[in-house]
Design a protein around this ligand. Sequence first.
Ligand code: SF4
Ligand code: SF4
Length: 346
Amino acid sequence: MFSINRKARILTIEEIPESDPDYLKELEKCRLCEWECDVNRLEGETGVCEIGIPEVGHSSLHPAPPASYDAFMVGCNFRCLSCQNWTLAHYPKSPRGEVEGYYSPKDWAAMGVESLKSTSAHMIAADRLFFTGGEPTCSLPWVEEVVKEARKLDTKMRVNYDTNGFMTKDSLKRVLELADSITYDIKAYNDKTFNALTGAFVEPVLRNAETVAKQAKGKLWEFRILTIPGIHEEEVEDICSFIADIDETLPVAFLAFRPNFVMEEHHGAPLELMEFCVQTARRCGLENAEWSGRPGIKGKTVEETGSDLGMRFAKGAGCVSDPRRCGDCENVHECDVKKFVASRLT
Ligand code: SF4
Ligand code: SF4
């Protein structure tokens, strides 16, 4: 088994085994996601995601759903205020970043396939490989290579792709080719709120959500909506109407916000908000909406709501731009949000 780079630094092409195929070539001019940074990630240049060669933060069986063997990839093209996996998403900028490192795709595929045969996997009914992060789109060539290798070992190997949806049309086409199931986050509907929460813009996320729903409905495990009190009371109807206009039978899961990362002092989503979300979804016509998570975690309540609430937390963590649009921000490589250390891990 091969893995290198457990330290927080950018990994370049010279450091990975020469025997690996040339599958990373496109990272010479990276345009995998909608930021289309055009940087040479093989030689140490970085874009918004701040990573070079794809690396695995953590590998493990996970009850998800769907239950699976997961690769939590480092790096993310968003800078979400409520990130659950901030030590990996912000690696190598995060001072808390610790990772497994680079794996040859063949090695990680063998490890994943083997793990899915284990007793532990059977006990949780894990039946597929699962790529998440961070955002796996920043590592898409590696994910494709792993899937190819895994299906040489087991032709029926299933694959889940967990995404924030901020990928180019071409990357989405590639994801639809490799994935059997897709878990898809819609963080907000209105661009101002989306900017404040993520540092990105919403249009490609909605465009790709519509493509997945119309062209690959059978692969959509669910749309996931992290429900943040003070923000999603105003957003949820727009998100639900958007989904219902595509197809009222699409699966939707509201996840109760728990205090995390930059928003670790904000209070969790109350039970009433989660019930309100499901009722709103039903009122919009959605037939398959439910909520999950642990509501009611205590924290502070602030006066602001909507995008103002997001910007309050962003500025508190050192964001210097309003609106937050990280790909256009002069401070992108010196960003304090990327380096923010919460008082606890999630
Ligand atoms: S942010 Fe997107 S386009 Fe930019 S380097 Fe990362 S994956 Fe490539
Ligand atoms: S400072 Fe710039 S790069 Fe950092 S979160 Fe704010 S907008 Fe994004």
